[in-house]
Design a protein around this ligand. Structure first.
Ligand SMILES: [Zn+2]
Ligand SMILES: [Zn+2]
Length: 134
């Protein structure tokens, strides 16, 4: 007996027969339809922004972002398309974070590391003080 692999669709949540796209038939079809709408709008308006694309096609920014990140819409061909930074929502065209968020996160990591190393050195200072009392 072969087990039928089922899962919850990541688009609408209903149970469906598992496939590589993690989407049920309905969601696959509507996603393809949305991608089609985006592509045909962009063919006529190569310099459109994400906001203009959303207004013209009714496709939510989240899905446009997914198309861009999955390379189903090619950022390189459309000079004004952007997607929001994961942290502050600023419009970006590469990576998952904008420049200032990347700088901030790197410096946060740096501070965190410094705190860690201070924490690590604290017990030995305490031991020295303790030893002086004896
Ligand atoms: Zn679905
Ligand atoms: Zn940001």
């Amino acid at each position: 007996m072969t087990m039928l692999k089922v899962a919850h669709c990541s688009g609408c949540g209903q149970v469906y027969q598992k496939n590589i796209r993690n989407l049920c038939q309905d969601c696959c079809r509507s996603l393809d339809d949305e991608l089609d709408r985006c592509e045909s709008y962009l063919r006529r308006n190569r310099r459109a922004t994400t906001e203009q694309l959303r207004e013209a096609t009714g496709v939510p920014v989240k899905k446009i972002t997914a198309f861009l990140k999955e390379n189903r819409l090619h950022l390189a061909s459309y000079p004004n398309l952007t997607y929001p930074c994961n942290s502050c929502q600023a419009p970006i065209r590469q990576h998952h974070l904008c420049c200032s968020c990347r700088v901030r996160i790197i410096s946060d990591l740096h501070i965190l590391k410094e705190q860690e190393s201070k924490k690590a050195s604290r017990p030995s200072a305490f031991q020295i003080r303790n030893a002086a009392y004896r």
